[in-house]
Ligand binder design. Structure first.
Ligand SMILES: [Zn+2]
Length: 86
């Protein structure tokens, strides 16, 4: 079943992407990048498909910026820009 196999490969790729980690924190690298709770596009990089916040070791953020991102995501949820998990 060739088609089935292709699908499995795609699935595999996706999981690899999800656990891909950058060594350098993108916010430390790019100081112009501000974390703002209304920036949904940016925050979407730090939540998984279920709406959960990714841990810093996966997103690649340093502890300081991870904390800022987490706060921004929680605030975005409160104003309903982002959904809660589910
Ligand atoms: Zn940082």
């Amino acid at each position: 079943m060739r088609r089935r196999k292709k699908k499995d490969d795609l699935k595999k790729k996706k999981t690899e992407l999800r656990f891909f980690r950058k060594k350098v924190c993108r916010f430390c690298k790019n100081k112009n990048e501000n974390i703002f709770y209304r920036d949904v596009e940016l925050l979407n990089n730090f939540i998984n498909e279920r709406g959960k916040i990714l841990p810093g070791r996966i997103s690649g953020n340093c502890a300081r910026h991870q904390r800022i991102v987490t706060r921004a995501i929680k605030r975005a949820r409160e104003v309903a820009l982002l959904g809660f998990s589910g």
